[in-house]
Design a protein around this ligand. Structure first.
Ligand code: ADP
Length: 668
């Protein structure tokens, strides 16, 4: 028989070969060690064996008993093994034995061998040179089976090498997983069958403050790395309870919960392999839901804008006809007729302003900011809501800073904030039946801040909800009336402009919302009001005018009103026909509608600028919809004068005079 340097001989080699082959593809320590004991028994006559591995936070072990050992033998073996475990590892025996969970393997054996002799081998397991566990083998045979059998050591050495590889791989995987968990933007809670949370990632710990209505106080630490949801009746705790009480479907469950503080979370719950355990992945989707709502609102607003533009166009033409008719009748009526007509005209001009504001509000969806005076924007907002406030008997008072307050804002968005604050004041006063006035004040604070205050003498806001009114989705209004988005969106808008918005309120006395926005640059001393220039209409007496508009009534009445002031007015309803006219005749002025069927004003102008370029400077556009981006851009590019319908005849004559006085606009 030949032996090698370690005392191994030919009979040992097939054993080692079998072991090496069996463990060539193992992925876990338990399988490795089961192979170890199974193959060892083919070469060595032993009765019991056990292994225990303990390194960092990895603990595992098993006891393998061949046949029935009696109690005394089992106790003796366990005690000896425990002693060894304590000696070789840094962890406690209790932990070690708990981790092992005495498991009996191997074939049955008829009765325990009784022997005065107990032969034992303890083989240290190491990881990177440090103790990492132990393998203990016991035999009750008469003769020591380990003597002269170096195969035990050889197999243990080989098993240790594979174990090191497995531990390295395991730690690398654990680290990867830990890194992912540490950096996840979702909260992860690993919960056992008793509802105890055994692990939570940092985001989960942070998130529990928002998830749990008692700010996480109900998430109590119950020992190292263990938490229980105690004494809190929040939606999250209820959800955890529900999961424990009902079986989880195989593909898990998804829930969306809204906390009392109006934060919205999605919870993905999946079962863990461990009996009754599950994992909850929680994500704060409050901002996401807010964005979705905002997008819905802005797309609604955009379609409202489209609709408003169409309606405005339809309304502006009859208004134009009404306005011209008023002017014509005005010349033929007596003193009381004048007064009545003035009231009608004022009404028409008011409708015009409302339509214009509505168009600006519905259309301007940009988020760009520009330097603008806050006061006119405040006035505009109030103008839009004044009627609604009056309808519920709420009067308004304005106390504006007498000089321009230049701030960098997006006018439309700021208007949105103002409208929301005014609407809230109106709703509160209407619902409670208290209060009568909304006051808007603006002033310049010494620290270069523009301050705007919207105050009401309504019911006020109860103390217990005042901290929550800026929360998304918080509303005290009835379903369908409030979305709870107004103030949260307003705060976002104002903060986006570098400002802040705060509230002070007193129940029964009223509420004040104060906005503070950084002031930009110097205050201009006087607000320069654009004064209407008085023109001498005799300068246009010789002018010939071509008027192109598809609305028959507008065409008829405007040309009738202008005709006495000029040499000639040719009204043409069809744009292609009008185009033929300009090819034949050099008009002094072309009054051109923009929105027309067939060739519209833009196409007319473009073709004319090509065919008869000298006429381009003689065009005055008439439009019912200057707020549309496309029209506004076109008008800007042409540099032509334009009139927004409905316009007074004097406005039209003024425009003709203005262009006449401009060099190069007249014939010859
Ligand atoms: P919504 O108007 O859809 O309710 P908001 O975010 O604009 O949403 O307002 C949230 C809540 O703040 C309102 O439901 C109301 O309870 C309260 N609130 C806001 N403004 C006032 C006010 N001027 N007076 C009393 N309560 C107010």
């Amino acid at each position: 028989m030949t032996t090698n340097g370690k005392g191994l001989n030919e009979t040992h080699l097939p054993v080692l070969y079998n072991f090496a082959r069996a463990i060539s593809a193992v992925f876990d320590i338990q399988t490795l060690m089961t192979h170890f004991f199974n193959i060892l028994k083919t070469a060595v006559d032993f009765d019991a064996g056990a292994y225990f591995v303990c390194h960092e936070n990895h603990l595992e072990g098993r006891v393998y008993v061949k046949g029935g050992m009696d109690k005394a033998q089992t106790d003796e073996f366990t005690a000896a093994f425990s002693k060894k475990v304590t000696g070789s590892c840094r962890c406690s025996v209790e932990e070690g034995l708990r981790a092992m969970g005495l498991s009996y393997l191997m074939d049955r054996y008829d009765g325990a061998r009784k022997s005065a002799q107990v032969h034992r081998r303890d083989l240290e397991l190491k990881y990177m040179g440090s103790p990492a566990g132990v393998i203990t083998i016991v035999s009750y045979a008469e003769k020591d089976p380990f003597e002269d059998t170096p195969v035990v050591e050889a197999m243990a050495e080989h098993a240790n090498a594979v174990l090191e590889g497995l531990l390295t791989h395991m730690f690398a995987e654990e680290k990867k997983l830990a890194d992912i968990l540490m950096n996840m933007s979702e909260g992860v809670y690993i919960i056992d069958g008793n509802g105890v949370c055994n692990a939570v990632n940092p985001k989960g710990l942070e998130m529990v403050r928002d998830l749990c209505d008692c700010e996480g106080a109900g998430f109590e630490q119950a020992g190292a790395e263990r938490w229980v949801f105690a004494g809190c009746d929040c939606e999250f705790t209820r959800c955890v309870k529900r999961i424990r009480e009902s079986a989880l479907p195989e593909n898990g469950r998804h829930e969306e919960i809204k906390t009392a503080r109006n934060r919205v979370f999605t919870l993905s719950i999946s079962a863990l392999l461990e009996k009754g355990g599950y994992i909850i992945v929680a994500k704060d989707v409050t901002e996401e839901r807010l964005m979705q709502k905002r997008m819905m609102l802005s797309s609604k607003l955009a379609s409202l804008g489209e609709m408003a533009a169409g309606v405005a166009h339809e309304i502006n033409n009859p208004l134009q006809a009404i306005l011209c008719n008023i002017e014509l009748i005005d010349g033929e009526t007596n003193e009381s007729g004048h007064r009545r007509l003035k009231r009608v005209r004022d009404g028409v001009l008011r409708i015009k302003t409302i339509i214009k504001d509505l168009l600006i509000f519905a259309r301007e969806q940009t988020t760009e900011t520009e330097n603008a005076d806050l006061n006119p924007v405040i006035e505009k907002s109030l103008e839009i809501l004044k009627h609604q406030l009056r309808m519920v008997n709420v009067s308004t008072a304005l106390d504006l800073f007498p000089k321009p307050m230049i701030v960098k804002i997006n006018r439309n968005m700021f208007q949105q904030v103002m409208i929301n604050l005014l609407q809230n004041a109106r709703d509160a006063m209407e619902e409670s039946g208290t209060g009568s006035t909304v006051t808007i004040r603006s002033r310049l604070a010494p620290g270069k801040e523009a301050i705007v205050e919207v105050s009401d003498d309504g019911p006020g806001i109860p103390e217990k909800i005042i901290d929550r009114i800026f929360d998304p989705f918080f509303t005290t209004k009835d379903v369908g009336k409030g979305t709870g988005l107004g103030l949260s969106v307003s705060r976002k808008i104002i903060e986006g402009m570098g400002g802040s918005i705060t509230v002070t309120s007193s129940v029964g006395k009223g509420t004040v919302f104060q906005m503070s926005i950084p002031h930009q640059g110097a205050v201009i001393d006087e607000r320069r009001a654009r004064k209407r220039r008085e023109y001498d209409y005799s300068i246009i007496r010789e002018k010939s005018i071509l008027m192109v508009d598809d609305d028959e009534e507008v065409l008829r009445i405007v040309s009738e009103a202008v005709r006495p002031r000029v040499a000639s007015v040719d009204p043409v309803r069809v744009s292609t026909e009008a185009f033929e006219r300009i090819m034949e005749k050099d008009y002094d002025f072309i009054l051109l509608d923009i929105k027309m069927p067939g060739m519209d004003g833009i196409e007319f102008f473009t073709k004319m600028a090509d065919a008869r370029p000298h006429l381009a400077g003689r065009v005055i556009f008439m439009t019912g919809d200057i707020e549309s981006g496309k029209t506004a851009e076109f008008l800007r590019l042409t540099g032509c004068r334009y009139l927004a319908k409905p316009f007074a005849i004097s406005e039209l004559l003024d425009a003709v005079c203005e262009v006449t006085l401009k060099k190069g606009a007249v014939k010859g």
